[in-house]
Design a protein around this ligand. Structure first.
Ligand SMILES: NC(=O)c1ccc[n+]([C@@H]2O[C@H](COP(=O)([O-])OP(=O)(O)OC[C@H]3O[C@@H](n4cnc5c(N)ncnc54)[C@H](O)[C@@H]3O)[C@@H](O)[C@H]2O)c1
Length: 330
């Protein structure tokens, strides 16, 4: 397929980039729209759902049946992509080939090979591909990054993330050809990415997959996964447990170090030095919506920041490599 060469990259991002929404009629697309409107101009939306045209009319922007149609009919700099996992790569590839920046939902990619192809395409077209990962913009995780050194040598971490969904998984997440993975890829992507930002790449990851519902077992889409991380430094190890059907919704990360302990839970973090007066506690003041606003605004501001772009690609390659490695060795 012959595609026009992308226009030369401007040196600074426009103050309010003209933005296309791909997958806007779904859960995440709808969640991001009001926040996006505070920092971008909405050029239109692409969504293949039957009622998407009516939704777009109500929301006040033009609807297109495909990215190709949007490219032909409307001017935009950036696209926010919130489609099911199987559709990510083709949509992002098409946008990049047309010289558009991409801000996309996780996963950055499903396989390591695909992640390399996407990164190469981003570099060749001199455009950004940023992955929407709220924890990297959550002040609680910022507190953890700032204080990690105060733990001395970390020797253990333990990370639990559970939802308490009462029914079997449905929709595209329940089909192997559209989900392309179970909770490890879906919920676990966030956690693996957090760990990629805190610790060196693991030397090995052992996994146990298990299932709450027989239909998920039939499709090999795990409802629960337990991971054990080992590092080349034998003094560090850690474990994760991720599930959709727990008895309570919970997220908790603990890091133990030679000089103290760090614990993170939604909205708060505590650093407890081994020898000192008492713990240092951080409580997030803003809402989850504030974190989403910070994330979207900072990606939009850094569309032309090549150093930030490269750091993001390196981190996402590391995250995808870990997940793909676990699935390949299951
Ligand atoms: N960051 C988070 O906390 C979080 C939470 C939920 C979902 N997500 C991610 O968001 C993405 C979407 O998940 P969701 O729960 O919103 O799904 P969803 O099913 O609610 O929405 C997906 C939308 O994409 C549309 N779509 C499908 N294929 C398309 C295509 N080729 N072109 C255009 N539109 C298409 C569908 O019609 C639907 O409206 C996934 O990558 C998921 O992992 C992230």
């Amino acid at each position: 397929m012959r595609v026009p060469a992308p226009a030369p990259a401007p040196t600074t991002a426009p103050a309010r980039p003209r933005t296309l929404l791909v997958g806007f009629a779904g859960q995440q697309g709808r969640e991001y729209l009001p926040v996006l409107r505070t920092c971008a101009d909405i050029a239109g939306g692409v969504d293949s759902a039957p009622g998407a045209g009516d939704i777009a009319r109500t929301l006040g922007f033009p609807h297109f049946g495909s990215v190709a149609e949007a490219v032909a009919r409307v001017r935009f700099d950036t696209a926010v992509v919130t489609v099911p996992h199987h559709a990510h790569f083709a949509v992002c590839e098409e946008l990049l080939r047309h010289g558009k920046h991409v801000i996309k939902e996780k996963p950055f990619a499903v396989t390591e090979a695909q992640a390399h192809r996407l990164a190469a395409l981003a570099r060749r077209s001199d455009r950004s591909v940023y992955t929407l990962l709220q924890r990297n913009f959550d002040p609680v995780f910022g507190f953890a990054r700032r204080h990690l050194e105060r733990l001395g040598e970390p020797y253990w971490f333990s990370y639990d993330y559970h939802l308490n969904l009462p029914r079997p998984t449905s929709g595209w997440r329940a089909r192997p050809d559209t989900a392309l993975g179970g909770v490890l890829l879906d919920m676990g992507y966030h956690l693996i990415d957090v760990l990629a930002g805190m610790f060196p790449p693991p030397a090995r990851v052992d996994a146990v997959f298990t299932y709450r519902y027989p239909e998920m077992r039939d499709h090999r889409l795990e409802d629960l996964v337990s991971l054990l991380y080992g590092y080349s430094a034998p003094s560090l190890a850690g474990s994760l447990r991720i599930s959709r059907h727990h008895y309570e919704k919970t997220e908790r990360l603990s890091v133990l170090g030679t000089r103290g302990t760090l614990t993170l839970e939604p909205g708060e973090a505590t650093l407890t030095p081994a020898r000192s007066a008492g713990p240092l506690r951080f409580v997030r003041r803003g809402t989850k919506g504030d974190t989403v606003r910070t994330m979207l605004a900072s990606y939009l501001r850094r569309l032309e920041d090549r150093a930030f772009r490269e750091a993001h690609l390196a981190r996402q390659l590391a995250t995808v490599r870990t997940i793909d490695g676990v699935y390949r060795h299951r």
